[in-house]
Each structure stands twice: as structure tokens, then as C-alpha cells.
Design a protein around this ligand. Sequence first.
Ligand code: FEO
Length: 164
Amino acid sequence: MLSKKIQDAINEQINRELYSGYLYLAMSAYCEAENFPGIANWMKVQAEEEQEHAERFYDFVNDRGGRVYLKAIDEPPTDFGTPLDIFQASLEHEQFITSSINELYALALAENDYATQIMLQWFISEQIEEEKNASDIVALLEKVGNNVNGLLMVDRQLAQREED
Ligand code: FEO
């Protein structure tokens, strides 16, 4: 059985994961409009991954006899600037998600909730990958700068991303 504190914190995290999906979908829509179809594809796959993260927490709450409460999802921005700006915003967002997962883990430790600690270990590893994915692309885009051929090359590369 989940404590109320853990249940509330995971419900909050479900909302953050759903917002993450919404944010990446908004980034994807922006990239479609800006004629970067490869980046749009990368962001759409990322949005689907965020939905899966939300569902992982959702299933966990239900499996532990808790109650999921869905809250309103904030409206994401509509304008994201250059490809570099987009991935910098993505990296910052992932750093925020990492800190919220870490806070959840600290709460599970304080509550002696071992099952939640084990479940969160998957997310702690996942966040290493999430931050690395964004920071690798930021580094690439910093090298490319305003070079149009370079930007098109990155766009083609990101078109390759498929759902796991
Ligand atoms: Fe669900 Fe991108 O963290």
C-alpha cells in the first residue's frame, strides 16, 4: 500500500511526464512548421516515450493499491527558436525532471518505501540517458552553428530515430 505522501508525489510526477510529452509534441509541431522534419520526428518519438514514462508511474500506483488522480496539463510554449535553442530547452527540461525524480527517491527513502525505491531506480538510469541524448545533440549543434548544410545533416540524422 502506498502512503498518501508517496501517492501524491507520484501523481505529481505523472503530470510532469504528461507535460513532458506535451512539450515535446509542441516542439515537434514547431519543427514541422519550420521545415526541420528530422528534428520533428525525433521530438515526436520523444513525446511517445514520455507518455510511456507516465504510464509506468500510472501502473505502479494502481499495482500498489493506490489511486491515480490526473491533473490539468499546462499549455506548452509555441515558439522555440533555433534547433540549438530547442535542444538546450530540452536539456534544461530533462535536468528538471532528473531533480524531481531524485526528490521522489529521497521521499521514498524517508518513508522506508522499498518498492518505490526499486521502481525509481529505472527512472534514475533513464534520466542519465535522457540528459545525455539532449546534451550530445546540443554539442553537435554548437559545432554546426549557422551552417545550413550542417543543420540539414543533423536534421537527416535525427530523422532516423524510431520508437524503441
Ligand atoms: Fe520522462 Fe524525459 O523524462
